[in-house]
Write a protein that binds this ligand. Structure first.
Ligand SMILES: Cc1cc2nc3c(=O)[nH]c(=O)nc-3n(C[C@H](O)[C@H](O)[C@H](O)COP(=O)(O)OP(=O)(O)OC[C@H]3O[C@@H](n4cnc5c(N)ncnc54)[C@H](O)[C@@H]3O)c2cc1C
Length: 450
């Protein structure tokens, strides 16, 4: 391909190996995919830039990856072919009470635009996470039990399709595409260049983070599962067991999260538990809470580590013997340079208000999402850690829904489309056949063509 022919048609920028800025630009946020070097990075500034880049992908047959924030767990936004980088389209503004963002906007851009209006959207905390990639696959966060997923607040989107057409979609215009984008929108049907959200009030929030030693982990998991069922929607409590990359360190159990109401429920729960080793509670305005959580989340202390994870939505509480077995596995065979974590992220509440078929996101009956993760020094061979991950994940599968979170994609799933999309897969295949009949978007967690 003569890349300069493509470059002449761009408002944005084109970078090839050796050109200034290529190396910094090509790198994703996930260090595990650092070594993947694209033939070309196309920094798209407009819908027309996206369309000509897609034409180049069609003409060359090179693999294509679309990148926003670059946080994809499975490396779907890294490629040896054409990297379509949406970051130059990073606008975020409030128009007629709605949040309007470009494809390159990150969570922090959205929260910053909304904060002066006393508004926000329910979504995650990582400030550099791309809002498009986040919301098109779900978008879980501290207001989720109260207001649902980020995708539940999506009201319209603009999409550049495989053939270069630019379409606007919402409940009335191209409704099947709009339905499909909400849960299966990451790289299956087109490049989303503009998203419109209906925001919610931004409440003052209290963040809490309590820790215990490993000896209380099993009792805490069991108590947390029971309490979560009846916990108020205003409470977003996660439970996490972490082990640092130094095997001499004892694992730590964390109860952490945020409440925007229901303080007495959390206080009662904490009173029923053994005395914690540490107990931190911080009340701040909403925007400051988001910044605080981004800086103070547990388990973020292994810079440059390669992350491997498996997860599943849990439908029934894990019984005591399974929790014991899970925690026994957790400590087993951990080596220098290998951190591990088990993270229990609450679902329920408004996450489950929508019908499983109302959007392409089918996971509307789960109690929580259980993520098993290993973070490894970059030079560590991952085979043994991956065996632990598989054993840990297998242990809890009988209590899982069979569903995997599209926002935590897992390249090791045997039947990823069914795990991500469940009973919505048949309708998604029909939408795929209509909007991407040539299968241009086949390099990510694809909805397969029939
Ligand atoms: C540090 C960290 C914190 C996180 N916190 C949370 C959290 O609190 N809650 C939660 O639910 N998830 C969380 N996640 C998961 C995160 O939401 C997903 O990884 C999300 O897909 C990241 O989006 P991105 O744009 O940053 O990543 P990218 O890697 O750029 O994109 C992710 C996927 O979306 C596709 N994509 C990106 N932009 C577009 C577009 N414009 N059109 C079509 N497809 C597109 C990509 O091709 C890729 O398949 C977190 C991940 C990390 C690494």
């Amino acid at each position: 391909m003569r890349w300069n022919a493509l470059e002449r048609r761009l408002k944005g920028e084109l970078l090839t190996p050796g050109s200034a800025g290529y190396d910094e630009t090509r790198r994703p946020e996930m260090a595990r995919y650092d070594a993947v070097r694209p033939a070309v990075v196309v920094r798209c500034a407009t819908d027309a830039d996206v369309a000509v880049t897609l034409a180049a992908a069609r003409e060359t047959g090179l693999p294509l990856a679309v990148r926003g924030g670059g946080h994809d767990f499975a490396g779907h936004s890294s490629t040896t072919g054409i990297l379509l980088d949406t970051r130059p389209m990073a606008t975020a503004s409030v128009e007629d009470g709605r949040l309007v963002v470009g494809a390159g906007a990150r969570l922090a851009d959205a929260y910053d635009a909304l904060a002066p209006h006393g508004r926000t959207i329910p979504a995650g905390c990582g400030p550099t996470v791309g809002l498009a990639g986040h919301a098109l696959g779900g978008g879980m966060g501290i207001l989720g039990r109260r207001h649902g997923l980020a995708l539940d607040r999506l009201r319209a989107a603009t999409v550049v399709l495989a053939d270069g057409r630019v379409v606007d979609c919402d409940e009335r215009r191209e409704p099947d595409l709009f339905w499909a984008l909400r849960g299966a929108g990451t790289g299956n049907f087109g490049v989303v260049t503009r998203l419109v959200f209906d925001p919610v009030p931004a409440p003052e929030a209290t963040s809490f983070h309590l820790t215990w030693g490993r000896e209380h982990a099993a009792a805490l998991v069991l108590a947390w599962q029971e309490w979560l069922d009846g916990a108020p929607r205003e409470v977003a409590p996660s439970l996490m067991v972490t082990a640092s990359a130094n095997p001499a360190d004892e694992p730590v159990t964390h109860l952490f999260g945020t409440l925007t109401g229901g303080a007495e429920s959390v206080a009662g729960f904490v009173r029923s538990l053994p005395a914690p080793v540490t107990d931190t509670r911080v009340t701040l305005p909403y925007r400051e809470t988001k910044a605080y959580l981004a800086e103070n989340g547990p388990g973020d202390d292994h810079p440059g580590a390669h992350l491997y994870s498996r997860s599943e939505f849990i439908g029934r509480p894990l019984p005591a013997d399974v929790v014991e077995a899970l925690l026994a596995e957790f400590d087993d065979g951990r080596k220098q340079g290998e951190g591990r974590s088990l993270e229990l992220l609450p679902s329920g509440g408004a996450y489950n208000d929508a019908d499983p078929a109302a959007t392409a996101f089918p996971h509307r009956t789960a109690r929580y999402l259980l993520k098993h993760a290993a973070d490894l020094d970059a030079d560590l061979e991952p085979a043994e850690s991956r065996k632990w991950l598989n054993r840990s994940w297998d242990l809890t599968r009988p209590w899982g829904t069979g569903g995997a979170y599209p926002g935590f994609p897992d390249p090791d799933l045997e039947d990823a489309p069914s795990a991500y999309y469940g009973a919505n897969l048949a309708r998604l295949r029909a939408v795929k056949a209509h909007y991407d009949p040539g299968g241009l978007f086949r390099f990510a967690q694809s909805v397969p063509l029939a």
